[in-house]
Design a protein around this ligand. Structure first.
Ligand SMILES: Nc1ncnc2c1ncn2[C@@H]1O[C@H](COP(=O)(O)OP(=O)(O)OP(=O)(O)O)[C@@H](O)[C@H]1O
Ligand SMILES: [Mg+2]
Length: 261
């Protein structure tokens, strides 16, 4: 479905995505894993056409998403839903209106139909009785579920999730992870999930891509990833502090940095 080929994205001369290539299949769950700052959100934003890479192609069928104008992206955007890492809901709209918003903006559906559709989406995420509440009256986990209901508003064929379980308690994480699996298995929705939750990915994904410093260091089934002989991959999936992964974002020596000031 997606063929990502040699994507490069630079900010201030630094390659945040450095020759990234992988594929994501139709009707499958693909997890993109990586430490903080490895370029996951940037990669997702290039895949939805929100930012243009400096080089490379993202083929969706035979359309290159990176070469489209805003107008050219319209039909594609109608097929996708996106759950953002931050700022998922509109603060001054209640739950109902948040979910109804994409329907009101992108369709000419009658309000009565919209009402039924919103209720169906809320039922799907297990929040049917909460439509009158404002986002500030919801827990973090509930906010993520409402945001998911909104991502589902236009019945997308593909949903992109950016850290859907971060900041949630273990039950909240399981609820979201199960929802992702259900959307995929019961409704055939393709799911592209950016995360650093290794265990969830190993349990849920059909395919896993691991990013490290803007490069793909591993790609395969959970089974293949578990058995990878690569020291970087093993350190990442076991969460070991000792290993080749450096946890500092700066490439400069700390002492040098202090002196130069
Ligand atoms: N608009 C931008 N301008 C400059 N630098 C940016 C911009 N967007 C991202 N970056 C840099 O690119 C790098 C990767 O950022 P990105 O948000 O893709 O990481 P991530 O893997 O999603 O991290 P996290 O797990 O913490 O969400 C970071 O060093 C970040 O500072
Ligand atoms: Mg991110």
């Amino acid at each position: 479905m997606f063929s990502i080929r040699n994507i490069i994205k630079r900010y201030n001369g630094r390659a945040v995505l450095d020759d990234v290539s992988f594929t994501a299949e139709d009707r499958k769950i693909t997890y993109i894993l990586g430490t903080s700052g490895s370029g996951k959100s940037t990669l997702l934003k290039t895949m939805i056409g929100a930012i243009k890479p400096d080089a490379g192609e993202i083929l969706f069928g035979d359309m290159d998403i990176t070469k489209q104008t805003e107008r050219g992206l319209d039909p594609y955007r109608r097929k996708i839903g996106m759950l953002f890492q931050q700022g998922a809901l509109i603060n001054y709209l209640n739950v109902f209106d948040n979910i109804a918003l994409p329907m009101r903006e992108h369709t000419t559906l009658d309000e009565n139909i919209i009402k039924i559709m919103v209720k169906m989406k809320l039922e799907l995420v297990g929040l049917r009785d909460f439509e009158e509440l404002m986002p500030s009256q919801l827990s973090g986990g509930m906010q993520k579920r409402v945001a998911l209901a909104r991502a589902l508003a236009l019945d997308p064929a593909i949903i992109f999730f950016d850290e859907p379980t971060s900041g949630l308690d273990p039950i909240g994480r399981s609820v979201i992870t199960k929802l992702i699996a259900d959307l995929n298995r019961l409704m055939g929705i393709s799911c592209i999930v950016v995360s650093h939750a290794v265990e969830e990915a190993l349990r849920t994904a059909d395919r896993i891509v691991i990013l490290y410093r803007g490069k793909v260091i591993a790609e395969g089934t959970p089974q293949e990833i578990r058995q990878s002989p690569d020291a970087l991959v093993q350190q990442f999936i076991t969460g070991n502090v000792e290993g080749p992964i450096a946890f500092r974002a700066s490439s400069k020596d700390f002492g040098e940095d202090l002196l130069v000031g």
